[in-house]
Design a protein around this ligand. Structure first.
Ligand code: PHE
Ligand code: NA
Length: 498
């Protein structure tokens, strides 16, 4: 080709970047709760089965597409078939939406790292978070009042992101993870050690790990396991396609994938240990059961942890380690999310990296700041997140595997590609997993979630609100994806020049 695609310097740069993407908020604030709610110690069975039968196969599938067709999702799918380009854009738009709210959470965590020093939340962390910090209004309706304590850290997040992505695949993206991931692991291991010494930690660990084997017959538990694995590995929505498009021709794809998959799951279990030790302490300090203090997501990070920090010996240290871990884990994921958008726009229009980054990060940053540094933020975030994660991610992954395996019948080509470059070979079982098991699992998950939301709504939000930021947003993404695929590729685009 006329110009060469950017590359990772080597396999380790790629592995670190991929781990940076996989290890995120999902590990820290989602896995412990999901495991606890779905059988505790017994959850390990469906979890490992989901990892081996769906997570790793889908990871290999993404690697094969990105590496074989050397492109961002729209370019890779376009090279697969002219008709498949819109699948790639769907994935790109999902990443855009996720990136826009992920940045807000990282900004909250950054502020809370700082708040930890003075225990700024006083004795009512919940009132502080929603009332004083986010200034959430009474209704759900958008009110565009400016919240400076969210705006400024968000602006910093977007500026750092601009610099990292502008610096390029190796010097920006890989470098950020080569530094950020070791720092994250060291901080989190220190946090786990401190948490294990807290009084009550054992109660927390017992609550998390005591197995309830009877859940294994409950389909919802299996859905939860597959859902956690898909989200946690960052598979099925373009990230791994994008990163593997930056790999050299001869790269051990499956070997790298196994490394990424097992590192992510190991870190996830470590997160369970740290979080539940802290929750065990919280229960004991307040004279209640662990079950009464268990929470996840926003509630765990910004309400439960502040309570723990205020009550625990070495509370400030726990606070700094916990919130800084959220920032590092979240930021390396955010890089991967926005790089999908950057690389798609760059491929299609043939712009330089800096031009693309300034436009893409600029537009995403402005949208993100308008939506989330105002008093509307948290409700939109809640609904958007719920829809992006199922309707979007699961839906797009389902369409991708069905189109590639059945409509285009290109799975054999993917398998030969993987085997031509990799150490760990895949074969017939792999094809059955991708072409049969994955579509069944994904379709079941997608349909059951859509039916649930259609019949029962989402949370306590009014129908118009869920209609706009949930259904409306989700369907708009598909429509826009189709339109983007209809736009012609620039003569200078990667389709014609690489
Ligand atoms: N895989 C990340 C996690 O476990 C989450 C993530 C979501 C990363 C979306 C990138 C994009 O937290
Ligand atoms: Na993860």
């Amino acid at each position: 080709g006329l110009s060469r695609r950017e590359q990772f310097a080597g396999r380790w740069a790629f592995i670190f970047a991929a781990i940076g993407s996989a290890v995120g908020l999902g590990n820290i604030w989602r896995f412990p709760y999901v495991a606890y709610e779905n059988g505790g110690g017994a959850f390990i069975v469906p979890y490992l089965i989901a990892l081996l039968t769906a997570g790793i196969p889908l990871l290999f599938f993404d690697y094969a597409i990105g590496h074989r067709f050397k492109g961002s999702p729209p370019l890779a799918f376009r090279r697969l078939s002219k008709w498949a380009e819109s699948i790639g854009w769907w994935q790109v738009l999902i990443c855009f939406v996720i990136g826009v709210y992920y940045a807000a959470i990282i900004a909250y965590a950054a502020m809370y790292t700082w708040f930890s020093f003075g225990e700024r939340w006083g004795d009512d962390p919940e009132a502080f978070f929603f009332g004083e910090y986010l200034q959430v209004p009474e209704g759900v309706a958008p009110t565009l009042e400016f919240v400076p304590a969210v705006f400024w850290p968000m602006l910093v997040v977007w500026v750092i992101l601009l610099v990292v992505l502008g610096a390029g695949v190796q010097r920006g993206i890989a470098m950020a993870s080569l530094i950020g991931i070791p720092v994250l692991f060291i901080m989190f291991i220190a946090l786990v050690i401190v948490a294990l010494t807290l009084p009550g930690a054992t109660d927390g660990l017992n609550a998390l790990f005591t197995p309830n084997w009877s859940v294994l017959s409950d389909p919802q538990v299996w859905i939860a396991a597959y859902g956690q694995i898909f989200f946690s590995l960052s598979v099925g929505f373009g990230i791994m396609i994008t990163y593997s498009s930056y790999l050299k021709r001869r790269t051990n794809l499956t070997g790298s994938g196994l490394m990424v998959g097992f590192t992510n799951s190991s870190f996830e279990i470590l997160c369970g240990i740290g979080v539940f030790s802290a929750l065990g302490f919280m229960a004991q300090a307040n004279g209640v059961q662990v079950a009464d203090v268990v929470s996840n997501g926003i509630g765990l990070a910004f309400i439960a942890f502040p309570t723990i920090i205020s009550q625990a010996p070495l509370g400030v240290l726990i606070g700094v380690l916990f919130f800084a871990s959220l920032v590092f884990a979240g930021f390396t994921s955010l890089i991967s999310i926005l790089e999908v958008v950057v690389s798609a726009v760059k491929d299609k229009l043939g712009w330089s990296r800096w031009t693309t980054v300034i436009v893409v990060v600029g537009v995403s940053g402005i949208v993100s700041l308008l939506l989330f540094s105002t008093t509307t933020g948290i409700n939109v975030l809640d609904v958007t997140d719920a829809f992006a994660n199922n309707f979007g991610i699961v839906g797009a992954a389902l369409v991708a595997v069905v189109v590639v395996s059945w409509l285009l019948r290109r799975l054999d080509g993917m398998v030969s590609h993987l085997n031509a470059v990799s150490s760990f070979r895949v074969g017939r079982i792999y094809k059955i997993l991708v072409a049969v098991i994955l579509p069944i699992v994904l379709a079941y998950m997608w349909v059951s979630d859509v039916v649930l939301k259609a019949t029962e709504g989402y949370g306590d939000f009014p129908a118009w609100f869920v209609g706009t930021f949930g259904w409306g947003m989700s369907i708009a993404l598909i429509v826009v994806a189709i339109l983007l695929a209809l736009l012609p590729w620039s003569q200078r685009s990667a389709l014609h020049s690489e």
